[in-house]
Write a protein that binds this ligand. Structure first.
Ligand SMILES: C[S@@+](CC[C@H](N)C(=O)[O-])C[C@H]1O[C@@H](n2cnc3c(N)ncnc32)[C@H](O)[C@@H]1O
Length: 256
């Protein structure tokens, strides 16, 4: 396991017991949204892809954290069949286990990395990754999501998007320093390190769109409800449909 992964596991193990309160406070501060509202917004975008969330759907939630997304999916007026939540941090899954107790028969938790998902190929109707992409290598994540999805399955990612100015030389270093100094006093050294390292993995929506298209996704839809500002990490969500296997094979052949 990489040094980065160790730093992430340490950061989220420390946070696990208070994760939902902490993320709620951070989203309210940066975006003026509650954590619940963010999750509902994302799930509503997934539902816009016809037939994605049904009573018999099998959904994968990558970097599930304390499993709020799985809990939302199996409860409410239109519950889905089964959800598998995967996370690399055992401490987060331990916290999640306490909270999924009422839904034990419908939610399965798996400890593993999104960079090499320990699950069967091609069986999921929907694969989601929320607030986790900035801790991961984007192309590997999208390839793994593609591998997990059944043909025509729906992908959904939501996280912070980079402004194009963040890609200018030197700006990345300033942002990394800013992230480190922001999280050090308000959280701890592990979270400060993990969030500073994550700056390099925050992408513009155009970069995400291009990557999804290269990896064989179609019906790519971008949502940026609060717009994009150069000085602030702003939310985005992208939903897309997995194309046919042939489309992916053609993409692979072109990139060789
Ligand atoms: C900010 S939390 C997001 C949790 C949840 N998706 C949510 O919306 O609240 C980020 C999560 O990503 C997990 N994570 C980071 N890198 C990962 C990886 N390579 N594979 C699986 N999980 C990962 C962390 O353990 C943490 O639980």
């Amino acid at each position: 396991m990489s040094t980065d992964s160790h730093a992430i596991i340490k950061a989220f193990a420390d946070l696990a017991a208070n994760y939902e309160a902490v993320v709620d406070a951070e989203l309210r501060r940066f975006w003026g949204w509650s954590y619940e509202r963010f999750v509902e917004w994302l799930l509503d975008l997934v539902r816009l892809h016809e037939g994605s969330l049904r009573q018999d759907s099998l959904v994968l939630d990558i970097a599930t954290g304390t499993a709020l997304i799985p809990r939302k999916l199996v409860s409410g007026p239109e519950p889905v069949g089964q959800v598998v939540g995967v996370d690399i941090t055992p401490g987060m899954l331990y916290a999640a286990r306490q909270m999924i107790a009422p839904f034990n028969s419908r939610i399965t938790l798996v400890c593993g990395s999104a960079m090499a998902l320990p699950l069967v190929d091609g069986v999921f109707d929907v694969a989601i990754c929320a607030l986790g992409t900035h801790h991961m290598e984007a192309r590997t994540l999208i390839s793994e999501m593609h591998r997990m999805l059944a043909p025509k399955g729906v992908l959904a990612i939501a996280d912070v998007a980079a402004h194009s100015a963040w890609k200018w030389p030197g700006i990345g270093t300033i942002l990394r320093l800013f992230a480190f100094l922001y999280f050090l006093p308000s959280r701890n050294i592990a979270r400060a390190r993990a969030e500073a390292a994550a700056v390099a993995r925050v992408h513009t929506v155009d970069e995400w769109r291009a990557l999804l298209s290269e990896c064989g996704f179609t019906e790519i839809r971008v949502a940026q409800p609060l717009g994009q500002r150069p000085w602030s990490p702003m939310p985005f969500a992208i939903t897309a449909r997995r194309g046919t296997t042939e489309a992916r094979e053609a993409t692979d052949a072109n990139s060789e």
